[in-house]
Every structure is written in structure tokens, then in C-alpha cells.
Design a protein around this ligand. Structure first.
Ligand code: FMN
Length: 374
């Protein structure tokens, strides 16, 4: 039997399929590293030093499944942030297959120029964790364990927020990494809060003893919706019960540069992470209250350069244009999400029809702030 997509397009024959299965069986799981294309090596950024600097608040672009791909990360890196996350990647998938690796993680030596890159993992055991770290440690500055994802499917497998109710399992993963790599690998854990804040304090104390380098606290519970306000009081309470030298990052409801300062003061932390704020405005940490047009030119450029699925670019542009100035009217915004848009070419045609979109290399590329309507 042959395999067809919904459009009756041939994918592969039974024979090919059997061969693929056979190959998978003998595949050395950790075989592929991204092929080095240069003798240069990535210069590491000391993210811990940043987080321990008492003189400035570290500004962090947090992880977003689907959206924190290299084109978005590079766009953010043009603005004033210090650390940028990848989306959560499932360690189990990453170590399993070459194509999973390619589709999950791409980078290059100049990716996010000088900012700290954190690879965030969804993981429930130290073997998967260490195998993934082994593959990726030369391509990033630290790893994060996602213990904040509330999705049931992940939680059922003890991945994400469920881990905050499994301190033994979580601490075992942290100590296994630290035992193997010591300071060579920096490891963060991103958590949500318990109803009883003392439980979170205890978890963080145990993570600290296990060797975690820092903690990021999303100030909501496992089942709290993001429409509910972030609990900064809880973050402050937890922070103040931990050793001062142990960096804590506050996450939740940071939508402007002014919020960074307020949240850092409210929570007594040295790092502030924004997520929905930067999705809508990657220039947020540079003090822009709206998305400058240059950010739109940059994300289009990087998406074409690195390759990004057109639907993801479409979503980014919709978030960013909805937050730009002067904001496009609803009819123009709606056209971006139209069924007529079926590819990156269509997106560029759309932009060229309504705005003056400059290309990389063209004079004035990535300099405009206001939306340049035609
Ligand atoms: C689209 C989207 C994707 C997300 N993906 C992740 C993820 O991959 N890993 C993670 O730890 N949290 C993820 N989160 C949660 C955020 O990192 C963050 O904790 C939450 O949005 C609160 O921050 P904010 O108020 O600044 O948005 C995601 C949130 C959004 C909106």
C-alpha cells in the first residue's frame, strides 16, 4: 500500500516506509549534530553574571512554543534585551530523530549576537535531559526545564507544571545534570506557584541545593488563566525566603519597559521576563510603547533568510501590526489573515500593497518607526 496525503499526493511507498522504520531501529539516536559549517565556535555569554549583577535588571524574552524561533529571536536581539529563550522543545522528540531536531532548533553563529540564548526543554527524566544537553550545549548559553506548562497532555506525562508537584523528580533531573557537567552547563527551572506559597519556597530551596543556577517564577498557579493578574506578592514572598545570591526572575504581566522597573522593585528580583508583551512588540524592552516598523522589516527579513512557516510569520505580523502606530485599520489587518494568504510570497505582496516595506541592503532598511503607508 502506498501512503498519500489528503490531496492524493504520494509521500512514500510501503517499501520506503519499511526501510525508514528499519533505519530508525538502528539509528544512533544522538548521531546528528547540526553540521558545523565553519571553524568558528559560538562565544558563550555568561548569563549568570548578568543575573547576579546588582546594578541592572536583566531583561528576558521568555519562551513561547511555536513563536520563539530563530527569526523572532534575532528580531528581538536588535532591541535592548539580555536573554532570549527558544520555545519549549520536547527532549524525548529531540533525541529521537534528525528531522525532529532540524524542525525544532535552528541557529547560526551570529544568532542573537551577544545576548544569552537559553534552550528550554520539556522533559521528565534525566536520561532524556542529559542526552539533549549533550547535543546542544555548544549552541546555547544555558538550559531551562519547563515546569510551568499547564497543558494536560504534557502534565499527564509529568512534563511542565505537574513537575512542581514532583519535587523529587525535578530535583533528581537538576542534580544529575550538575553532577555530570558542573559549571560547564548552566541550568534554570521555570515554575508556577503553589496555592501554599511555602510549598514553592521549599521547592526552590531544594532546587537550589540540587544545583539549579536560577529560578524563573511565573506568578500564577498551575490552573490560573493568563487573564487573571500575576501574583507579584507571591513572587516577592518566595524571593525573600531564598538565599540572596540565588537569582530569581519574575515572570508575568510585563508589557512595557516601565513595567520592568516596577516588577523588579515589587518582587525584589534582578531579572524580569516578558512573553506576550514581546510577542506584540519585540522592541518593548527598548522603551517603545508600540511596535516600530523596523521590527516588522526585520522579522520579514529573518523569516525569509532562515525560513519560517508562512502561517507563523502571518501570526507574528498580525500581533505586531495590531500594536503598531499609526495602527492599520481593521479592514487592512483582516486582509493579512485572509484565506487569500497562502504563502510567504502572498504575505510580502500584502505588505507591498499597503506599506513601503524595505528590503535588507536597501537604504533605510530597519530604521523606520511609524508605519509607512502607501
Ligand atoms: C503563545 C505562548 C506560548 C508559550 N510557550 C511557553 C513555553 O514554550 N514554555 C514556557 O515555559 N512557557 C510558555 N508560555 C508561558 C510564558 O512563557 C509565560 O510564562 C506566560 O505567558 C506569562 O508571561 P506574560 O504575562 O509575560 O505573557 C507561553 C505563553 C504563550 C502566550
Amino acid at each position: 500500500m502506498d501512503y498519500f496525503t489528503g490531496q492524493n499526493e504520494l509521500i512514500f511507498t510501503q517499501e520506503t516506509f519499511d526501510k525508514m522504520l528499519e533505519n530508525m531501529r538502528f539509528q544512533e539516536s544522538c548521531r546528528i549534530l547540526p553540521q558545523p559549517q565553519s571553524d568558528r565556535v559560538r562565544e558563550k555569554v555568561d548569563v549568570l553574571k548578568m543575573l547576579k549583577d546588582p546594578n541592572s535588571v536583566t531583561k528576558i524574552v521568555g519562551p513561547m512554543v511555536r513563536y520563539s524561533k530563530s527569526s523572532f529571536r534575532d528580531t528581538c536581539a536588535h532591541f535592548d534585551c539580555d536573554i532570549i529563550y527558544t520555545p519549549m522543545m520536547l527532549a524525548r522528540e529531540f533525541i529521537r530523530n534528525d528531522l525532529a531536531r532540524i524542525s525544532e532548533f535552528t541557529t547560526n553563529l551570529d544568532n542573537i549576537r551577544g545576548k544569552g540564548l537559553i534552550v528550554q526543554l520539556g522533559v521528565n527524566n534525566s536520561i532524556d535531559l542529559i542526552r539533549t544537553i549533550e547535543l546542544l550545549k555548544d549552541y546555547c548559553d544555558a538550559f531551562g526545564i519547563n515546569s510551568g506548562c499547564p497543558i494536560k497532555q504534557q502534565n499527564d506525562e509529568m512534563i511542565g507544571a505537574q513537575l512542581i508537584y514532583n519535587p523529587d523528580g525535578l530535583c533528581e533531573m537538576v542534580s544529575a545534570v550538575k553532577k555530570k557537567y558542573r559549571d560547564e552547563v548552566k541550568l534554570e527551572v521555570k515554575i508556577r506557584i503553589h496555592d501554599n506559597w511555602n510549598q514553592t519556597v521549599e521547592l526552590c530551596q531544594r532546587l537550589h541545593s540540587a544545583g539549579a543556577d536560577w529560578i524563573s517564577i511565573h506568578g500564577r498557579g498551575k490552573n490560573t488563566r493568563s487573564s487573571q493578574p500575576c501574583n507579584f506578592e507571591a513572587i516577592k514572598y518566595i524571593r525573600n525566603h531564598l538565599p540572596e545570591t540565588f537569582p530569581v526572575v519574575a515572570n508575568g504581566d510585563c508589557f512595557s519597559l516601565a513595567d520592568v522597573k516596577t516588577i523588579a522593585q515589587k518582587c525584589n528580583v534582578q531579572g524580569v521576563m516578558a512573553v506576550r508583551g514581546v510577542l506584540n512588540n519585540p522592541a518593548m524592552f527598548s522603551g517603545y510603547d508600540y511596535t516600530p516598523w523596523k521590527a516588522i522589516e526585520l522579522i520579514v527579513h529573518y523569516s525569509v533568510e532562515y525560513g519560517l512557516h508562512f502561517a507563523l510569520l502571518q501570526h507574528h505580523l498580525h500581533c505586531m501590526l495590531s500594536n503598531s502606530s499609526p495602527k492599520p485599520n481593521s479592514k487592512t489587518l483582516k486582509k493579512l489573515m485572509d484565506n487569500e494568504i497562502k504563502s510567504t510570497f502572498d504575505i510580502i505582496d500584502y505588505l507591498d500593497t499597503h506599506f513601503k516595506l524595505k528590503r535588507y541592503g536597501e537604504e533605510g532598511f530597519a530604521t523606520a518607526e511609524e508605519v509607512p503607508y502607501l
